[in-house]
Design a protein around this ligand. Sequence first.
Ligand code: UTP
Length: 299
Amino acid sequence: MSYRPIRKAVFPVAGLGTRFLPATKSVPKELLPVVDRPLIQYAVDEAREAGIEQMIFVTGRGKGAIEDYFDMAYEAEATQRERGKDLSALEGTRLSPGNAVFLRQQEPLGLGHAIWCARDIVGDEPFAILLPDEFMKGAPGRGCLKQMVEAYDKVGGNLVCALEVPMADTPSYGVIDPGARDGALTEVKGLVEKPAPGTAPSNLILPGRYILQPEVMKILETQEKGAGGEIQLTDAMASMIGSQPFHGVTFDGRRFDCGSKAGYIEANLALALDREDLGDHIREFALAELGVSGIAAAA
Ligand code: UTP
């Protein structure tokens, strides 16, 4: 059976990034670099690899730098060219004309509300959502959204990325009430946003990658505020379960929560250690910094 292709992706980038203040006072969280590429670039690369054609950014006040980032960098490009310097660092940073849409969420009323703001651009087709502060590191050519699109081609309907975390961490996330598991696919029987400690239906959380049917927009239109007084995407998705297929996909790769300081630093270290130009230097530094006893303690 063939399902309607996933051609559009929504990137909600209107949040205030308060956990990174003061860095995010004037720089959008989504432009914070992991080594030398901004978080949003990794998410866009991941979407492109999964076959996404149209990138829809839901931005807000103070986020104009994101739009500029994906434009032509005239001065930098011209200067580098004049100096005979390599321009490969800028590869993939310019989006094709007409393939990027920027719209505004005037108030950060929640992730569900941010997605709803994109309803007219998404239209009547299934679409992907990528939260750029969740950095999903797959093997080359095996990004998280690509793995999800492959699963979608088999089962259709709605899919969320599913990630196991320690039970104690579940109150910070949307959590899956899981049904039968078949390989990387888990049936989703229910979803709950930020469950109270000790009440989560499992330790499978939603780390910010979704493929959803357009009907979710209709639900979001009348969605009441949920956890934290915000309009929650999880609540809207939960009310689709039963009327449409719903699955979790276990990502074969590593996830870094770059919305938190610890996750952001871990992502920088992991990526730097993997890089040919930096790996040895960072390894040496870490070894010297931790010392032999520190490493033994960390192991
Ligand atoms: P987060 O809650 O992680 O981001 O939302 P935040 O609110 O910016 O960060 P903190 O907690 O204050 O540090 C996840 C994603 O959803 C977007 C954010 O930009 C982020 O990419 N978001 C969240 C919106 O676009 N609008 C909202 O109303 C809320």
